[in-house]
Design a protein around this ligand. Structure first.
Ligand code: AMP
Ligand code: ZN
Length: 465
């Protein structure tokens, strides 16, 4: 089976075909860096990490980009509250975000572009829209003219008339139409701002992603993702901006994860029921949380409770025990060939996992395949005579599943494939930043662990000694 993904744009599962063979360009809307992330934010973070990992196992080189919104109203308010600059707020919470996702064994994106580093591109983008008649300036602000973009509403499956009907009064007189949204916001005195053809100001929220997607990944990308609340207005507006300017499809596949609720209630600041990732991981093993997250299909709502977390932890322990037993027996087993039936069965289970993941990343069913492997391993371990090759076959399959899911406990000092990939990305970034010390440090660390890097025309390849 080939990979099929549910595309919000067409409301159906579609065969995944990348624009460039063997390569995937993927963009997921990242955090506004004004506070710590909560367990709900952990859902897209973990899910899209798994999408990326799975695509890699299918032979794709994935260019995965997650932006940081480092200037907006919330950032400005936070800076005032703390009595520091907006950029300091950003530094603090970007660092915190990196720590939090790493604690969940989520690999860093290939790039995390920031709004404040892309102001020129954003201004040019808006100018382009203005020239084509898709934008109009009014009183220091610039708005998008939704009425001119025929496809407005195609992602969220609404039409503009319906949308207008919902809004009875035009609350903002600066807009021609209540549905129009801001591209550039004129600055209030004292606010962080940049020079522009419309005076001092800063970008609206939606335009940053259109500008950054285009700059870093091109006019059309393969996958654009985020939580389902981003479908409208955020992603709808991104499409309107990009497609009006380029005349091309912005993204071929739009993927949206459903929400994580707490004790069957929506998580919200007013209910005070949000749990921060950094607090969660003090008490819960990150692998258990990942396993819990992946135990539901990403398009289904998922309920977080102590009970469901314990349940996930128990399931994961069965997997971990089986794996630990294999490793232990491997140390004392004799040489010898792997039984043919075992090899055939492992192959079958591996194919079953792939089938489920190919079906719109059906992780709960893919986990069933992991449990089938556990059953097979336990059966094999009951035999009086086991061979190293037989055990190795099972261990390798555990590793292959774990590359995608990231749920096995990490041994101290052990470098998993995912860690190596992560270090290579970090090294490439360090070299781009001319941080040779860090780049060399990473190469030495890898060499010490017996990992060798090779520069090839397709990028960096690595192998174990
Ligand atoms: P926000 O902090 O609201 O900007 O959200 C950042 C990302 O997390 C977006 O992709 C949201 O859709 C997603 N998100 C926020 N809350 C939840 C939740 N409770 N469950 C799943 N995803 C969420
Ligand atoms: Zn976005």
């Amino acid at each position: 089976m080939t990979l099929r993904v549910y595309n919000t744009l067409n409301r159906q599962k579609e065969e995944f075909v990348s624009i460039e063979p063997g390569k995937v360009r993927m963009y997921v809307c990242g955090p506004t860096v004004y506070n710590y992330i909560h367990i709900g934010n952990g859902r897209p973070v973990i899910f899209f990490d798994v999408v990326r990992r799975y695509l890699e196992t299918q032979g794709y080189e994935v260019n995965y980009i997650v932006n940081y919104t480092d200037v907006d109203d919330k950032m400005i308010r936070k800076a005032e509250e703390l009595g520091i600059t907006v950029l300091d707020v950003a530094e603090t919470f970007i660092q915190a975000f990196k720590e939090d996702i790493a604690s969940l064994r989520v690999r860093e994106a290939n790039l995390n572009p920031r709004v404040t580093e892309n102001i020129d591109e954003i201004i040019k983008f808006i100018e382009g829209l203005e020239q084509e008649g898709f934008a109009y300036a009014n009183g220091g602000d610039v708005y998008y003219r939704t009425g001119k973009f025929e496809d407005y509403g195609k992602l969220s499956h609404q039409n503009l008339n319906e949308l207008q009907y919902g809004i009875r009064i035009n609350v903002d007189e600066r807009k021609e139409n209540p549905q129009d949204f801001v591209l550039w916001k004129g600055a209030k005195p004292g606010e962080i701002s940049w020079e522009s053809p419309w005076g001092l100001g800063r970008p609206g929220w939606h335009i940053e992603c259109s500008a950054m997607v285009r700059k870093y990944l091109g006019d059309t990308i393969d996958i654009h993702g985020g939580g389902q609340d981003l479908t409208f207005p955020h992603h709808e507006c991104e499409i309107a901006q990009t497609e009006a300017l380029t005349g091309k499809t912005m993204a071929n596949y739009w993927l949206h994860n459903a929400f994580l609720n707490i004790d069957n209630e929506k998580m919200s600041k007013s209910l005070g029921n949000g749990i921060l990732i950094r607090n969660l991981v003090k008490n819960v093993r990150p692998e258990s949380f990942r396993f819990f997250m992946l135990s539901a299909h990403y398009r289904n709502p998922l309920n977080f409770s102590d009970e469901s977390l314990v349940q996930a932890g128990n399931g994961l322990e069965r997997i971990q025990n089986s794996y630990d037993n294999l490793k232990h027996r491997f140390g004392i087993a004799q040489e010898g060939a792997a039984p043919d039936e075992l090899a055939a069965r492992v192959q079958e289970i591996s194919a079953q996992f792939k089938d489920k993941m190919d079906d719109d990343f059906n992780t709960p069913d893919a986990i069933t395949a992991v449990f089938d492997l556990v059953a097979e391993a336990n059966l094999y371990l009951q035999q009086a005579r086991v061979s190293r090759s037989g055990l190795q076959l099972l261990i390798d399959q555990f590793h292959a599943f774990d590359y995608v899911l990231g749920i096995l406990r990490q041994e101290a000092g052990e470098l998993l494939d995912e860690d190596i990939e992560q270090l290579i990305v970090e090294r490439t970034n360090a070299r781009k930043d001319r941080n040779w010390t860090r780049a060399d440090e990473i190469r030495d660390l890898l060499t010490n662990k017996g990992i060798y890097l090779e520069d090839t025309p397709q990028g960096i390849r690595w192998r174990r000694k």
